[in-house]
Design a protein around this ligand. Structure first.
Ligand code: CMP
Length: 144
């Protein structure tokens, strides 16, 4: 069942570094294939060392990021995590756990790539964004 409007999701996706270069129409295309979820406090959303396939954007509530059992930071509404999983199947670098009841949406790598297959202009924008990051022009992808 949808929890959030497409506009809310497109706007949240546009705030992320990976998608910062996309137009409203392109963001809307990605928002359309996301899935809305809510979980109880204590639910582990991704676990350090496991391979990830989803990118998460928090809409309501808070989540704790831990690494090697140590607290790193707490994420809240508008924060996102796991975007590397969209472009590469690599192990999660941290564990993220719901610290309160949490409402969020996810973009799976499968849904992401199926949109990119049909809209190559989105690929071009993302490659440009990643290029700027490689050149040191953008912040750490893990910070919001
Ligand atoms: P990923 O490695 O896919 O899964 C765990 C996520 O936690 C990671 O992506 C980041 O989005 C997030 N994360 C990892 N390290 C930090 C950090 N130091 N600060 C904030 N978020 C982090």
């Amino acid at each position: 069942m949808p929890l959030f409007s497409h506009d809310t999701k497109a706007e949240a996706l546009g705030q992320t570094t990976l998608f910062s270069g996309l137009s409203r129409r392109e963001l809307a295309a990605l928002a359309k294939v996301t899935e809305d979820l809510d979980v109880a406090s204590g639910k582990v959303l991704c676990r350090e060392g496991e391979t990830g396939r989803e990118f998460f954007v928090i809409v309501e509530g808070q989540a704790d990021v831990t690494k090697d059992g140590e607290a790193i930071r707490t994420l809240g509404p508008g924060d996102f995590f796991g975007e590397i999983a969209l472009v590469e199947h690599v192990p999660r670098t941290a564990t993220v756990t719901a610290a309160t009841p949490l409402r969020f949406f996810v973009l799976t790598s499968q849904a992401f790539w199926s949109v990119l297959d049909h809209q190559p202009e989105i690929q071009r924008e993302i490659v440009k964004t990643l290029g700027r990051r490689v050149a040191g022009g953008l912040d750490d992808p893990t910070s919001s």
